[in-house]
Design a binder for this molecule. Structure first.
Ligand code: DAH
Length: 345
């Protein structure tokens, strides 16, 4: 009987190996393990063999049954994976495709492009400059010598100069894109009309309207007979282009080391329409463009004759401009990579 069991096992396994689909496997299963299957019938004969041999034969019969069942299972799973990989390879080229998701420019970049276009339209060129800067171009050349009180408004991130030739405190992350004023003027002679968009860095507590890293757009215009009214006209033109002709703007005097006089430009808050909200600190106005007439000391540092030429400079808080345009009440949304936010623009 043992021999008979071994034969059953061998023929079942070889048939299973040769099986080419699930249906064939089911037939094999029926043929050996079904109610009148070969193995089932043989097992019924076990009662007829002497009691002392019965246990050993029973064990072998169980083993044969297990081997047949397991072989069927493993053949079945290999057939399934074979057919599914076949299906993948048979690509139906006529089936409708899956539409690829198309991205778009970040709201920051969209606004930047718009603003650059507006300035190009009135004769400004775009310049780019280093974010890692020297104390000289970021402060000293801008009439902000060491110990100048105006430096206190720009909490600065200094770089470690231990392994360099620079002195401690000489290399920093630029706090303002004004760093490009003297750098640019050293290279070109008036008339100068340049804008410099870029990132700046400060030590700051992050909240709805402050960040330690943000975008500015510096601009300056140097020529013969440039006056404060030219500055007002330029700012008015640009803000109305960006926000519409009805935009309300007001100017106030202020103090910056590198301009004299210094000017603060305020625009009616677009988030609350002048009513007062968290974003404008309940004032109804947003400070949007600090500016002023370039200080003679800055012109001198650049090698210009302050008796012959004059100019104005201004700065657009680009990050703030974006939040105002899209009425976002939190600056942090601009650096949030969550697609649910970005897809809204
Ligand atoms: N650079 C200044 C800052 O980041 C802003 C500024 C003020 C720029 C007046 C100017 C200006 O060009 O004229 O705080």
């Amino acid at each position: 009987m043992e021999e008979e069991l071994m034969q059953i096992k061998n023929s079942a396994v070889s048939m299973i190996i040769d099986a080419s689909d699930q249906k064939e496997l089911e037939e094999i299963k029926l043929q050996f393990l079904g109610r009148s299957g070969k193995l089932t019938l043989t097992l019924k004969e076990i009662t007829k063999i002497p009691a002392e041999k019965r246990a050993i034969v029973g064990q072998l019969a169980n083993e044969v049954k297990r081997v047949i069942e397991e072989s069927i299972e493993s053949k079945l799973s290999s057939l399934i994976s074979y057919f599914s990989s076949q299906r993948k390879q048979n690509i139906d080229v006529t089936a409708p495709g899956i539409k690829p998701g198309i991205g778009h420019l970040h709201p920051m970049t969209q606004v930047l492009h718009d603003v650059i276009d507006i300035f190009k339209g009135i004769g400004f060129q775009v310049a780019d400059g280093p974010e890692i800067e020297t104390d000289y171009y970021n402060f000293t050349a801008l009439n902000m010598p060491p110990n100048a009180p105006s430096r206190d408004t720009q909490a600065t991130l200094y770089l470690d100069t231990k392994n360099s030739n620079a002195q401690p405190g000489q290399i920093l992350l630029r706090t303002q894109t004004s760093n490009m004023q003297v750098r640019t003027m050293e290279k070109i002679k008036p008339p100068v009309r340049v804008i410099v968009p870029g990132k700046v860095y400060r030590v700051d507590d992050v909240d709805a309207s402050h960040g330690f890293e943000f975008w500015q757009l510096e601009g300056f215009c140097i020529d013969k007979n440039v006056r404060l009214t030219d500055l007002f006209g330029t700012i008015d033109y640009v803000l109305k282009k960006v926000y519409g002709e009805k935009t309300k703007i007001k100017f106030a005097t202020t103090n910056f080391g590198f301009v004299e006089p210094g000017v603060d430009t305020y625009m009616e808050c677009t988030v609350c329409k002048g009513k007062g909200c968290n974003f404008c600190k309940q004032s109804g106005w947003s400070e949007i463009m600090p500016a002023g007439m370039v200080h003679p000391n800055v012109l001198k540092a650049a090698g210009y004759d302050s008796q012959k030429v004059s100019g104005f400079a201004f700065c657009i808080g680009l990050s703030r401009l974006v939040t105002l345009r899209y009425q976002m009440d939190d600056l942090r949304l601009l650096t949030n990579p969550d697609l649910r936010i970005l897809e809204q623009f």
